[in-house]
Design a binder for this molecule. Structure first.
Ligand code: CLF
Ligand code: SF4
Length: 493
């Protein structure tokens, strides 16, 4: 669908997707929080790393217009503040969006959160965004509501946000300094005119900070997304983290810039480089002293459906949902039961010991995991589209990040085995800092290739909990004398 484009000084810009948002956290850092806040994040897959193994989110693409231009965005696609650039979502009316949400809620009872994250900026489309939220809070009150914005219209929207019980807001804040901002945002549309350069960046920054303060004052949980742009804001993000934490943001999500030339963005076309995985991790680590960091963001599309990392949107196209009969009261009952079971499991697991019995000087070890969710090692190596990477150390097991493949090693049928060598090379490059790969099964050929690359495949822990399995492997390595020498755990990807 072609949408109007913000190309003159008299109208709002529109896009088919926003590229400035994304979110998540390490749950170990949540235990100190008041119960009320813990309850708010316990079933939010982005605000809680643990929850993302069980609870799903969905987005509805009701907001095509945007009021700023980011250099990492091409308006033909979804807003890169929340989505992977290069993705186009089908724009829905509020009525279509509500029908879709109810259909997904009935079919995927573990879906707990509905977010509006594009394809443009939700708050640059206030009527469509708030009409969708209003109808959902009436018709599907068991679903958590979430919105992601570039922040320009945030102060003016805070009252409306609170009116609709939107508990979670994401603001993309890439900088606090207008000089840096002018390198990221060529213009904004503000007060009926287009403003450029540092003046534009200064207004945007002021609105973002004011919006953050207003939301925190009203008890709304705020996550801040920042796009890491090497040479532009990389050295500045620690300061961003410090300031937004000071103002009460709950979580900071540093996401890598995606700037491929074929997406047609300014950065893509001018050769701005993307950060490496190691650079993203380094910045996340340097910010984490100041606040909770999200490390499990998947830069979802503006119409994403399912667990983070999976996209079940094809099951819920407009023609399919039109044909569905939805008994929402029955769906709500089922959902309440499923959510309760998951929360009880999470609660029980939070008491489980994760401290390995190894000497304090043991070196850390990174392990990759193939999982389809539920916190289990339950995916065949060949079917994995991504691997979760964890680090075991004498302090315990911590989630590091995820590594994505262009496609699974084996999709079955005729394509299985196609490009096997080049895919294996990608797997080995992506997992070069890992010493072990845990999957429910690993085929003979990939097994040999992984072993040869120094990554030990392991299928002995199929259907076990991820952290327990990692702990068991780590302790076995210790028993076999493999953990003595300290060595650097992270290499440049
Ligand atoms: Fe969507 Fe964002 Fe709400 Fe999550 S996504 S609006 S907070 S429900 Fe989550 Fe997706 Fe990352 Fe966003 S993984 S891009 S952080
Ligand atoms: Fe694109 Fe930025 Fe607008 Fe999102 S906020 S749609 S990334 S210009």
């Amino acid at each position: 669908m072609k949408l109007p484009v913000l190309d003159n000084d008299t109208s709002l810009a529109t896009s088919e997707g926003c590229q400035s948002s994304g979110c998540g956290s390490s749950d170990d850092s949540l235990t100190h929080l008041p119960e009320e806040i813990r309850n708010k994040v316990a079933n939010h897959p982005c605000f809680s790393e643990k929850a993302h193994h069980y609870f799903a989110r969905m987005h509805v693409a009701v907001a095509p217009a945007c009021n700023i231009q980011c250099n990492y965005c091409n308006r033909k696609y979804d807003c890169s503040n929340e989505s992977r650039p290069g993705v186009v979502s089908e724009v829905l009316t509020p009525a279509q969006a509500v029908k879709k949400v109810k259909a997904v809620a009935a079919e995927i009872p573990q879906m707990s959160v509905l977010g509006i994250a594009g394809p443009g900026d939700p708050l640059a489309n206030p009527q469509k965004t708030f009409e969708t939220f209003r109808r959902l809070s009436d018709e599907a009150p068991d679903i958590k509501l979430c919105v992601s914005t570039n922040g320009l219209n945030l102060p003016a929207s805070v009252e409306e946000i609170c009116k609709h019980n939107i508990d979670h807001v994401t603001i993309t804040i890439n900088c606090l300094d207008p000089k840096i901002g002018a390198k990221i945002y060529p213009w904004i549309y503000w007060d009926h005119r287009r403003i450029r350069g540092e003046e534009a960046a200064a207004i945007l920054i002021e609105q973002q900070q004011k919006g953050l303060e207003m939301l925190v004052e009203r008890g709304v949980l705020v996550k801040v997304n920042s796009v890491l742009i090497p040479g532009v804001n990389d050295q500045h993000l620690k300061e961003v983290s410090r300031v937004v934490k000071e103002k009460g943001a709950f979580l900071h999500n540093v996401m890598p810039l995606i700037a491929e030339a074929e997406h047609g963005t300014y950065y893509g076309l001018t050769g701005q480089r993307e950060p490496t995985a190691a650079e993203v991790e380094e910045i996340q680590n340097s910010c984490s002293g100041d606040m909770n960091m999200m490390r499990h963001c998947r830069q979802c599309r503006a119409d994403a459906v399912g667990l983070l990392g999976e996209d079940r949107g094809e099951e819920f196209t407009l023609d399919k949902i039109e044909a569905m009969e939805i008994d929402y009261p029955a769906a709500m009952e089922k959902r309440a039961q499923v959510h309760q079971e998951i929360l009880e499991k999470l609660d029980a697991d939070s008491g489980a010991a994760v401290q390995p019995q190894v000497p304090a000087a043991s070196r850390p070890v990174r392990m990759a995991v193939a999982t389809k969710g539920q916190g289990l090692i339950n995916q065949h190596f060949g079917h994995a589209r991504e691997f979760l990477v964890y680090e075991a150390s004498p302090e315990g097991v911590r989630f590091v990040n995820h590594r994505t493949l262009p496609r699974p090693y084996c999709e079955g049928g005729d394509t299985c085995g196609e490009d096997a060598e080049s895919l294996m090379a990608i797997v080995i490059r992506e997992l070069q800092d890992c010493e072990v790969l845990l999957a429910s099964r690993v085929g003979f050929e990939p097994w040999s290739a992984l072993e040869e690359a120094g990554i030990q495949p392991n299928g002995e822990h199929a259907l076990e909990g991820i952290e327990e399995a990692i702990l068991a492997v780590y302790q076995k390595m210790q028993a076999e004398g493999q953990l003595q020498a300290k060595q650097p755990s992270l290499q440049t990807a």
